[in-house]
Design a binder for this molecule. Structure first.
Ligand code: G3P
Ligand code: CA
Length: 243
């Protein structure tokens, strides 16, 4: 059985400012074998890694990511809100994360943040970047926007996709087949342990989020999920080593 993927949620976001190069680099030091991140698009069409559609919380500026050029965003401090030691961290480009992970074998989960703000052309641009880095076989594109996931498959039938959902999907592998998805990025409480093997028999794997409690991690490992998305890759790594 392949080793469970230890996805660091927004990088090592428990100890570093989320979605910064510091957080991504630290997560690899802490034993992550995968990195989860959030992608949006600037006014001039660049792919930037940031969770909120607005800048206030993590970059201290007014308004929406979509209304800034990359040059404008690159001047913002995306680390100071977390702690003085991180002042000067920038909002990274997707390309910077792909460059960091390309030679390390890391799996990258790119979440398209296109549910409330539409980003026409986001799917094409993300897939183009992934293919430029020849990382198609190490990427999972996820989104709460399931139309967008189907669109990804139309752009590139080889790209893997993961359905983000909070609750209540009945026999989710059947839905996954309908939209040609490969993985279930389920909220942790929406994972029925008895369905994990059945999903796998149907060619669909579970990557639940965001699992920070050690006992919850243990139960999901026991259930046979293929990956876990966590703010604490060090804790998950420790558990996987004792197995
Ligand atoms: O990909 C799992 C998780 O990141 C989805 O929720 O809000 O943390 O992006 P959020
Ligand atoms: Ca996310």
């Amino acid at each position: 059985m392949p080793q469970l993927i230890n996805f660091a949620h927004r990088g090592a976001s428990a100890v570093c400012p989320e979605n910064t190069m510091a957080a991504f680099e630290k997560s690899l030091e802490l034993g992550a074998t995968g990195i989860e991140t959030d992608v949006q698009m600037t006014k001039d069409g660049r792919l930037v890694l940031i969770h909120d559609e607005t800048l206030k919380r993590t970059a201290g500026a007014e308004g929406f990511v979509k209304d800034y050029t990359y040059e404008e965003l690159s001047k913002l401090d995306a680390g100071g809100w977390f702690g003085e030691a991180f002042q000067g961290e920038r909002i990274p480009l997707l390309e910077e994360l792909l460059e960091l992970t390309q030679s390390r074998g890391t799996i990258v989960n790119i979440e398209l943040k296109n549910s409330s703000v539409p980003y026409p052309g986001l799917e094409e641009k993300v897939i183009e970047a992934v293919n430029q880095f020849k990382m198609g076989d190490r990427i999972v594109i996820s989104s709460f926007n399931h139309y967008s996931l189907l669109h990804c498959k139309r752009v590139d039938s080889e790209i893997r996709t993961g359905i983000l959902y909070m609750e209540g999907l009945y026999e989710p592998w059947e839905y996954a087949k309908r939209i040609q998805a490969d993985a279930l990025h389920a909220y942790k409480k929406a994972v029925l342990p008895e369905w994990v093997a059945e999903a796998q028999r149907n060619g669909v794997v579970y990557h639940p989020f965001t699992v920070n409690d050690e006992n919850e991690m243990k139960s999901l490992i026991e259930a046979g999920v293929a990956g876990i998305i966590t703010d604490y890759p060090d804790v998950l790594s420790g558990l996987l080593q004792t197995k």
